[in-house]
Design a protein around this ligand. Structure first.
Ligand code: PMP
Length: 284
């Protein structure tokens, strides 16, 4: 069952007019909310990011937070999986093709839930292989736009090399990966690229930053150079579907020892601990 413009229906019955600006221009915003043990994770933060993305591109917000939560809970209840990923997609709506934003049209709102596939034991214990590439995307990567062609082109280059992700650099500095944020460990200090217009403000990035703060793990939020990335002791990627995973091979070379590092193990354990606490609280 999916949600489309106020109605619930089987996905096979969902129809979008071809003049929808999401189809014509990629003119829309999306979110992805992970659900662990049937509880949405950090829904308020996802809602806030959605509101910010919609405001940045002047699409009217179709949902209050309570309305969004109601649809999320209905979709969760309609599916059997304990862990789900709720995909939310809002386009500017349907109008004759014209680059300027049309006035007074209704956004198209689509939501669906899929089973959330958590990282495998192998990915956790061995880490991931990635490639690095120049960041070819636009300069508003803080907006969660449905136009993902740059992300897809670069990710596909990683896939062609048998790698799981692509880590991007812009003008000699680390930005992020195609669907995750990146942090680098050097000499016991975690380096986190600033949340500016060049990266998506990841909800998992925020969780890791909170954990680094609350556990007094040395870290710096500042631009990270290509040289620092390439001489890192550890590299991590964070996202809703991966929590935090280690990158152990970059461009065919080992990162540090070529095994997930000690600080990764500590932070991943803290991340899982935080999720377990939420689970306990939601069952109280
Ligand atoms: N950067 C990009 C480009 C992404 O697509 C994602 C996944 N939404 C992330 C970072 C990680 O964000 P989050 O932790 O909210 O999943």
């Amino acid at each position: 069952m999916i949600y489309l413009n106020g109605q619930y229906m089987p996905i096979e019955e969902a129809r979008i007019p071809v003049l929808d600006r999401g189809f014509i221009f990629g003119d829309g915003i999306y979110e992805y909310v992970p659900v662990f043990d049937r509880a949405p994770f950090r829904l308020h933060e996802h809602y806030t990011r959605l509101v910010n993305s919609l405001a940045a591109v002047q699409i009217p917000n179709p949902f209050t937070e309570a309305e969004l939560a109601a649809v999320v809970h209905k979709l969760i209840a309609a599916h059997p999986w304990p862990n789900q990923g709720i995909y939310l997609h809002i386009t500017r709506g349907v109008a004759p093709r014209d680059h300027s934003f049309p006035k007074n049209i209704k956004p198209t709102v689509f939501m669906m839930s899929n089973q959330l596939v958590l990282p495998t034991q192998m990915q956790i214990e061995e880490g991931l292989a990635v490639v690095t590439r120049e960041d070819i995307r636009w300069l508003r990567c803080d907006v969660k736009s449905i136009s993902l062609l740059g992300h897809c082109m670069l990710r596909n280059e990683a896939t062609d090399q048998g790698c799981a992700e692509v880590i991007m650099l812009r003008d000699g500095f680390l930005t992020e990966a195609s669907s995750s944020n990146v942090m680098v460990v050097r000499n016991g200090v975690v380096l986190c690229p600033p949340k500016d217009n060049l990266i998506l403000p990841g909800i998992s990035y925020n969780v890791v930053l909170e954990l680094l703060n609350s556990h007094h793990i040395p870290h710096e939020v500042r631009p990270v150079s290509a040289a620092e990335l390439h001489s890192a002791d550890e590299v991590w990627i964070t996202s809703s579907t991966k929590d935090v995973l280690a990158v152990t091979h970059m461009d065919g070379k080992p990162v540090g020892t070529g095994k997930p590092g000690p600080l990764f193990a500590r932070v991943r354990a803290l991340f899982l601990g935080l999720k377990a606490q939420l689970k306990a609280a939601s069952h109280d």
